[in-house]
Ligand binder design. Structure first.
Ligand code: AMP
Length: 399
């Protein structure tokens, strides 16, 4: 069975109770008046095309999401502030249910009229969500006539709302965000325009090794930065001082370097660094090509920034995931910003994934110049590792 998307005209949404699994896992902050507001509404905005399409077709909308990792009912992780945010975007009332299952919710869902929107409380207040409990999945399914999954950020989870409940609803479809993410990211693995350059950074080799290994068969070059670069350098016998490394991953790094050499894939590692003698925001930044015993690399240096920018020019496709250094601290953000600029101005088909790279892009004001900014960090990594995401599998996606 091939997946049905909400815009391919196969399903009728008029007067239907449509349960949309959205990704409203947004950051919250105090509003200064004792209330709580959404501090970054990017994920809410990303869901709007799907919600608007369904409303235009006369659906009755039931929206559900998780937020954070509550252990049971936790008012600090309530989706109530999201209702206000969504209301201002949709320019219509959003009814908020203080739970996601139970008689009260059933009645609210039943009484919904076409064009009305009901937002359910945090799915993770119930342990059945993450356990993919069948009883809980059936309760969610009983609320609706049609199930739509648009939560790409949670599509790598086999939870009740992202996977389990699909088995108990006859009519199901993928939303526009899920469609765009799946088509773009699987497209990178299927037929990327060459040359294909991947830039992989971040904290740990262990988090990214699956993607790097998968990409070896697809890309022409991989540029490595962030703390993970030091494990690669250490595996080649380069002195890394006090840099963050994973000693138990040296063999993995060596295997990747050997695999790349066999396949003719060029792997670029930092040739110089912005270092410090302590891991602190105010630490003095030292530009150096070699790391002394008391130094740790916290960003890539000027020569590396130039080398990486040159490697990106002329690419047909660029994939970027993970910062080049401790970009949260201004003294160690230059490498990440240089990559953001090079990617944005490359003229290639550009895809950026992962919370930190997206944050850096937003910080630099360059996000609008990127072809596709993924809304899912973990989901995009697992997809690019070649794994079949449970959220897509449940809809019948053909991989
Ligand atoms: P990840 O979540 O794996 O993408 O890693 C992102 C985190 O890695 C960010 O919080 C960065 O501050 C951190 N990071 C990047 N480069 C380094 C480095 N050279 N040393 C220590 N931490 C780093």
């Amino acid at each position: 069975m091939a997946v049905t998307w909400i815009d391919d005209g196969k399903l009728n949404f008029k007067d239907q109770r449509v349960f949309v699994r959205v990704d409203f896992n947004v950051p919250l902050e105090d509003d200064g008046n004792g209330g709580v507001v959404v501090s970054d509404d990017e994920r809410v905005r990303a869901s709007l095309p799907t919600l608007q399409l369904l409303l235009d077709k006369g659906a009755r909308l039931i929206l559900a999401s998780h937020l954070g990792r509550p252990k049971g009912h936790d008012p600090k992780q309530s989706l109530l502030p999201v209702a206000g945010c969504l209301q201002s975007h949709l320019k219509r009332d959003v009814i908020f249910a203080d739970d996601c299952v139970g008689d009260g919710v059933k009645k609210l869902a039943h009484d919904l009229k076409a064009g009305q929107v009901l937002l359910l409380e945090n799915l993770r207040y119930h342990s059945g969500e993450e356990k993919n409990d069948e009883g809980f999945a059936r309760q969610l399914a009983a609320l609706c006539d049609v199930y739509v999954n648009d939560a790409f950020g949670a599509a790598h989870r086999a939870h009740a709302s992202t996977a389990g409940m699909a088995a108990f609803v006859d009519k199901k479809a993928g939303g526009l965000l899920l469609k765009k993410e799946a088509e773009t990211l699987y497209g990178l693995l299927r037929q990327p325009k060459k040359p294909f350059v991947a830039i992989i950074g971040g904290a740990k080799v262990s988090d990214k090794i699956g993607v790097v290994t998968k990409l070896l068969g697809k890309v022409d070059k991989i540029l490595i930065g962030g703390a993970m670069a030091y494990t690669f350098l250490a595996s080649k016998g380069v002195a890394t001082g006090k840099s963050r490394t994973e000693p138990d991953k040296l063999n993995v790094a060596r295997t990747v370097l050997e695999g790349a050499a066999q396949r003719g894939v060029q792997i670029l590692l930092p040739v110089d660094h912005v270092a410090a003698t302590e891991f602190a925001e105010g630490a003095a930044a030292i530009d150096t090509a070699t790391l002394a015993d008391d130094q740790m690399g916290l960003d890539v240096g000027a020569a590396t920034r130039k080398l990486y920018a040159e490697a990106i020019v002329g690419a047909g496709t660029v994939l970027w995931n993970g910062p080049m250094g401790v970009f949260e601290w201004a003294s160690f953000a230059k490498g990440t910003m240089a990559v953001a600029e090079a990617v944005a101005s490359s003229g290639a088909f550009t895809v950026v994934g992962g919370g930190d790279s997206v944050a850096a892009l937003n910080q630099s004001g360059l996000a609008a110049k990127i072809s596709h900014v993924s809304t899912g960090g973990g989901a995009s990594l697992e997809l690019l590792e070649g794994r079949k995401l449970p959220g897509l599998l449940a809809l019948g996606y053909e991989f």
